[in-house]
Ligand binder design. Structure first.
Ligand code: BJ8
Length: 425
């Protein structure tokens, strides 16, 4: 890190010793997984810098924003609309939940058989190691899976600023009306938090900012259709992860810059791996920083990842919001339309997701799909079976993986992934 941030972390109430230990593990993991890759685009230097300053410079920026009166909102789910947050002159950050921390303490509050993502969000709070969580003026939870919605009841006793958003579970008119009602309620809560009234102008501008960010990611994704693919799945995943906490305008510019570079690589037929390397589509639970285990295994087993059907990936970013509305009401409707298409496995039934996976296989010319579920994640584990059946019916090879954040199963996973990649060859 370029500066010493100890006093900043101390003021945020972090446990400095535990936090140092976390940064050390994170730094080592990044070195071994990311920096060990060969032939990376130069533009990834920006993301390497972002990661090296993930608890440093970015937090300082957020604290500077706070000093100027801007509020920080933390979220755990892609259903929290960044457009509304930005329009109220606040900043949205994702609260990463991609590593085990303080598990003994966590298991005093949550059952052991809770998914790693939920446990991780508690571990970062109980272990006092997340400066994003501690900087947030509002933390937004959402009623999605049973695990999350019950866990927020307990999280509410650990933080003072939790706001829980209700979400539909069925894609019906009633479901859509609930989403609209909840986004209207969230808009009022944001206006109250920031003392800023959302106007047609501020909402339009916010929609355009978020659309630009998503469009940059769409551009990056479309460059991964090419064979040989110009960027690794690990690097593309990193861009999708940084999407959740970087400054939106700077993020958009940095992704577009990488895309310029990748277009040149494509012209020169310069792949990050040799032509005809087996191409994998990852599908399933979101992978928050620093959950890089499975992509790392895949890409060190002779395959390359060409797409992520995930909330840290295309499920989260695929649709833009119509910005043509002239009134706040019209644009709020457009926001509801956009988010209502997110095909999370909490919806029942959820046929759109199956269609989207098959569509992604075709678009990105994937040779096979690895379906990734976190252990104890009922929605995605349950859905992995119809997904596999559907893909098999279309003669698309599929491997179902169920894992957590520990490194204990790396050897076993690698054996299974290698066998799958052999089969694809
Ligand atoms: S929109 S995927 S970000 S809820 S892994 S906590 S589902 S038991 S994360 Fe998600 Fe929003 Fe849906 Fe996306 Fe529960 Fe499963 Fe754990 Fe999960």
């Amino acid at each position: 890190m370029s500066e010493n941030y100890q006093s900043m972390w101390q003021n945020l109430g972090l446990d400095l010793k535990a936090h140092d230990a976390l940064l050390e593990v994170l730094g080592k993991g990044y070195q071994d997984i990311y920096l060990a890759q060969k032939n990376r685009p130069e533009g990834m230097g920006y993301f390497d810098f972002v990661m090296s300053e993930v608890h440093g410079l970015r937090i300082k920026e957020l604290l500077d924003e706070k000093e100027q009166g801007r509020k920080i909102v933390g979220s755990y789910c892609v259903f929290v609309p960044e457009e509304i947050v930005l329009a109220a002159n606040a900043t949205l950050v994702g609260l990463c939940s991609g590593a085990d921390f303080a598990m003994e303490e966590v298991e005093k509050l949550l059952p052991r058989n809770t998914c790693a993502l939920i446990k991780s969000s508690f571990g970062f709070k109980l272990g006092k190691v997340c400066p994003y969580l501690e900087s947030a003026d509002m933390i937004v939870g959402e009623n999605t899976c049973d695990g999350k919605k019950k866990a927020y009841e307990t999280l509410n006793t650990l933080v003072e600023n939790l706001y829980v958003m209700d979400l539909p579970q069925v894609k019906s008119e009633k479901g859509k009306a609930l989403l609209k009602e909840e986004y209207d309620r969230f808009k009022i809560a944001m206006e109250k938090l920031t003392s800023v009234s959302i106007t047609a102008d501020s909402l339009k501008q916010a929609i355009q900012t978020v659309n630009a960010k998503r469009s940059a990611i769409h551009r990056l994704s479309s460059l991964r259709k090419v064979n040989p693919v110009p960027i690794s799945g690990l690097d593309a995943l990193l861009a999708n992860q940084v999407f959740f906490y970087d400054n939106p305008a700077r993020f958009t510019e940095s992704v577009n810059k990488i895309c310029d570079e990748l277009e040149k690589r494509i012209e020169l037929k310069q792949g990050v791996v040799p032509e005809n390397t087996p191409r994998i589509l990852l599908s399933g639970c979101p992978m928050a920083v620093p959950n890089w285990k499975l992509p790392w295994i895949v890409e060190t087993s002779g395959a390359v990842i060409v797409g992520e059907e995930s909330c840290v990936g295309e499920r989260g970013t695929r649709n833009l919001t119509d910005d043509s509305g002239q009134t706040v009401e019209e644009m709020m409707d457009a926001i509801v339309d956009r988010y209502f298409k997110v095909d999370c496995a909490i919806f029942t039934p959820n046929p759109d997701r199956l269609d989207h996976i098959a569509e992604m296989v075709e678009t990105y010319k994937a040779d096979g799909v690895i379906h990734y579920s976190l252990q104890f994640c009922q929605p995605y584990l349950m859905e992995s079976m119809p997904v596999e059946k559907d893909l098999e019916g279309k003669s698309i090879p599929t491997l179902r993986i169920e894992t957590d954040y520990s490194m204990e199963d790396v050897g076993q996973l690698k054996t299974r992934v290698e066998a799958f990649v052999e089969q694809l060859k």
